[in-house]
Design a protein around this ligand. Structure first.
Ligand code: NCD
Length: 308
């Protein structure tokens, strides 16, 4: 039995297989509509979510399965003091697979050590978000036709943004990748990722506070929200929240085939005037999230729709 806690739990060839499966689901949706009949997915969300939880639920429904779960910690026995270990041992009696989001870093990993069914990390604190990364990889591969030889600008809250952390870990495994890390001084990428990953593996990167200066060289611009819920001090959040606001003017020196991505939710960091620019792919990215989660559920449940 496999869980997905960190994106590196999957090899590059497994990621390629998931991308191929997601593309097949997009092209042949009917083939998949009954393949998880009588299977149940539980979504245990101890932190707010719209896309991740609903895309897991929609994914399971489109595979013909069912969904149970809760969307806030207060409505679960966690509010009575139950441990994550006991919660997943219990839920594993009802469901075949569990997607868990938790504010504590490492909670889904602890859950996987006690669970009888696969656990999918749907975001743990400021740490990791591997299924958003799978979504991002599918999006990059569909938009760009490749996962190597790309200059990727990551802009916004690089300190607390878990989607950024997982995406960097994932993209570092491909060749010809250069990162441009665009953030205010206070929200720079954590040292451990620079030192233990980028420096160690000789991955090319630059750090800047200037989005417009970085723009012309980018193939991908990955915008992020300043992570209000991870700040200790409201004044700091208010000071930093609007550090970057992408608008059409700031895109005037961008490549014609730039892909603008965002894991969403957006607050102010992309002006809505950008939405109708063909380079904006964040809503296509949302849709890709459902398809790659369908592929992941099939893999972890060991359901092979090509065999009858
Ligand atoms: C992200 C998250 O939860 O980390 N959202 C998502 O899952 N699509 C990004 C964010 O909340 O800013």
């Amino acid at each position: 039995m496999r869980s997905l806690i960190d994106i590196v739990d999957l090899s590059i060839s497994e990621i390629d297989e998931l991308i191929a499966r997601a593309n097949d689901i997009i092209e042949n949706p009917k083939k998949y509509r009954d393949v998880c009949r009588y299977k149940k997915l539980a979504t245990l969300f101890f932190e707010p979510s719209t896309r991740t939880r609903l895309s897991f639920e929609a994914a399971m429904m489109e595979l013909g399965g069912n969904v149970i779960g809760f969307s806030e910690a207060n409505s679960s026995s966690a509010a009575k003091g139950e441990s994550v270990a006991d919660t997943v041992k219990t839920v594993g009696c009802y469901a075949d697979i569990i997607a868990m989001r938790h504010p504590k870093e490492g909670a889904p990993m602890v859950a996987s050590m006690h669970s009888e069914v696969p656990i999918i990390n749907a975001g743990d604190g400021g740490h990791n978000h591997p299924t958003q990364t799978l979504t991002d990889l599918l999006t990059i591969s569909r938009e760009k036709g490749r996962l190597n030889n790309l200059t990727i600008g990551l802009c916004g809250d690089l300190k607390f943004g878990r989607t950024v952390h997982s995406l960097i870990v994932a993209m570092t495994r491909y060749t010809g990748i250069r990162f441009v890390l665009i953030s205010p001084e206070e929200l720079k990428l954590p040292e451990y990722l620079k030192r233990d990953l980028l420096d160690k593996q000789g991955v090319s990167y630059a750090e800047t506070t200037d989005l417009e200066a970085a723009m012309p060289e980018l193939d991908i611009l990955y915008m992020t929200r300043v992570q209000k819920e991870r700040f200790f001090n409201e004044a700091d959040y208010i000071r930093l929240k609007d550090s970057y606001i992408l608008n059409l003017d700031k895109l005037k020196n961008a490549k014609q085939d730039l892909s603008i991505m965002h894991p969403l939710p957006r607050v102010n960091e992309i002006s809505t005037e950008v939405d109708s620019d063909p380079r904006a792919c964040y809503f296509r990215q949302v849709l890709n999230g459902k398809f790659i989660r369908m592929a992941l559920i099939l893999k972890l449940l060991e359901v092979n729709p090509d065999e009858d």
